[in-house]
Design a protein around this ligand. Structure first.
Ligand code: ZN
Length: 244
């Protein structure tokens, strides 16, 4: 069986559409695993929820998903994120709000635990260092954990003698799911932050025992033009060019 692992769509319909097309082009998947932040920042929150719901999927709640419906306080958001969050809330239908409200913080899927931020702090914690990752390996039971939130494709490995290592997850990279426990971030679909503006996602192949990462170019200008049209913060528009 094959599963798509996607995170941080952030209401970027142009990016999300090309990722779904790429998944279909590779023969499709049994199920889509979405690690949260379907909305926030981008111009098409309703359309992205609607499109995701056309696929057989599970989805985790991200901080932006719950902030947009008032379920989380935005006082920790920077002013641009908070402004985009208020705008996002106004675009959602009652069905969208119900959908986002119903999302879980943690989902177990076979050998995988799915969260948005980290197993210890599912909504807020950014997993970017081996220090925080090694503490988090004690906070989930399964062999593997999938996280989003930082928008950076990374692999943390809990090796022999409890030593945690960190490696980048490059485009076309393949990680074998062997003995060691791993925490994997597939990068962001709609707002990459590793300096590569292409949309990022992964496919888990349970028979091969691998997770492969893909980077897909999309028409950034379409998303940016819509953000400008809706008066979303200019810094959020510009960062899409740089993938930062
Ligand atoms: Zn995010």
């Amino acid at each position: 069986m094959r599963y798509a692992i996607i995170a941080d769509i952030h209401a970027n319909l142009a990016a999300f559409t090309v990722v779904l097309k790429d998944i279909d082009g590779r023969g499709g998947v049994e199920e889509v695993w979405c690690l949260g932040d379907v909305v926030g920042y981008g111009p098409d929150p309703h359309q992205c929820i609607e499109l995701l719901c056309r696929y057989n999927h599970v989805c985790i709640a991200g901080n932006h998903d719950w902030a947009a419906i008032g379920k989380l306080d935005t006082s920790d958001f920077n002013p641009d994120a908070a402004a985009a969050c208020r705008w996002t809330g106004q675009q959602l239908t009652p069905e969208d709000i119900h959908y986002l409200d119903s999302l879980s913080l943690v989902i177990e899927r076979g050998d995988f635990t799915l969260v948005h931020g980290s197993p210890r702090e599912p909504v807020w914690e950014y997993l970017l260092s081996t220090t925080s990752a090694s503490e988090n390996f004690a906070c989930f039971q399964s062999q593997f954990c999938l996280v989003g939130h930082s928008h950076v494709p990374l692999i943390f490995e809990y090796g022999e003698a409890g030593v945690c290592s960190l490696s980048q997850f490059p485009a076309e990279g393949v990680v074998g799911l062997a003995r060691n426990r791993l925490i994997i971030n597939p990068g962001g679909v709609g707002q990459p932050r590793d300096g590569d503006p292409r949309a990022s996602y992964a496919i888990y192949d349970s028979e091969a025992g691998t997770i492969s990462l893909y980077r897909i170019p999309y028409n950034i200008g379409i998303t940016q033009a819509r953000m400008v049209e809706y008066g979303l913060p200019v810094r959020l528009v510009a960062r899409l060019n740089y993938g930062m």
